[in-house]
Ligand binder design. Structure first.
Ligand code: MF3
Ligand code: CO
Length: 249
């Protein structure tokens, strides 16, 4: 069942999203060479605590931290730890906020220090594929119009999409129906989009081959070929005025 939200609920989720945007901007400004990924988690937890907010990630299926930090070949769900961030690394930060029992979920990717053109192009393409997916979030379109927009943008730029993980509905729970695949569907198919749906759209884009595996920690998703991967995510409501990005930075 796909739960449509009332305008009031969307307003609460927008508040959650504004907090989350503030958190992500702060974390983005905390990424320096020699910082550890666990330091970023500490900064996030201090900030959340100071605002009396919490993360929907912590404790989710036993996940131990409040954010995910995925470096270079790590695609998503990197557990913050002792890994030291280096100049030239590609760092994805995925975070969530619960405000008044509603969840916002978003992610950004940035390259550290003087960035290479090669990594910058991957980052730009991933982010713009997110926006091309979001632009399809109009009542009356179909769910896989979003998928197709993401996939065609990424493939036009000769990168590959991770098949194993999807976007999702979001609301009182972090993961609600429907799943929003990033590839593998024809346009003009899938359920019709309705006003009040709130979806987290989150393309994961690999520089090399699409294949991934999960590391022995049970969480960290890495590319099989060891090449870098980028991830962007927004929580977006479908309104009568079109898509409303609740986590806009
Ligand atoms: N943004 C991720 C998602 O939508 C975050 C979940 S990871 C977990 O699935 F750590 F919370 F489990
Ligand atoms: Co998500």
């Amino acid at each position: 069942m796909i739960i449509a939200k009332t305008p009031k609920e969307i307003e609460i989720m927008h508040s959650a999203g504004r907090y989350l945007a503030e958190l992500l901007l702060m974390l983005r400004d905390s990424v320096f060479p020699e910082t550890t990924t666990s330091r970023l988690n500490e900064i996030a937890e201090k900030w959340l605590h100071s605002k009396s907010l919490y993360s929907p990630f912590k404790g989710y299926r036993g996940y131990p931290c409040s954010i995910c930090v995925s470096v270079n070949e790590q695609v998503v769900h990197g557990i913050p730890g002792k890994r030291v961030i280096k100049e030239g690394d590609l760092v994805s930060i995925d975070a969530g906020v619960v405000f008044n029992n509603y969840v916002a979920d978003a992610a950004i990717t940035l390259s550290v220090g003087a960035s290479s053109k090669v990594l910058e192009d991957l980052v730009r393409t991933t982010e713009s594929s997110l926006y091309s997916g979001i632009s399809q979030m109009v009542e009356g379109n179909r769910l896989y119009d979003i998928t197709h927009a993401i996939q065609s943008h990424v493939e036009a730029n000769k990168y590959s999409l991770v098949k194993e993980f999807c976007g999702h509905g979001v609301g009182r729970k972090m993961h609600e129906e429907p799943q929003v695949p990033n590839c593998g569907h024809k346009p003009h198919t899938g359920p019709r989009l309705r006003c009040g749906w709130v979806l987290a759209i989150e393309p994961m884009v690999n520089m090399g081959l699409p294949d991934v595996r999960i590391e022995s920690d049970g969480w960290t998703v890495v590319t099989r070929d060891g090449r870098p991967s980028a991830h962007f995510e927004h929580t977006v409501a479908i309104t009568s005025n079109g898509p409303l990005i609740l986590t806009a930075l």
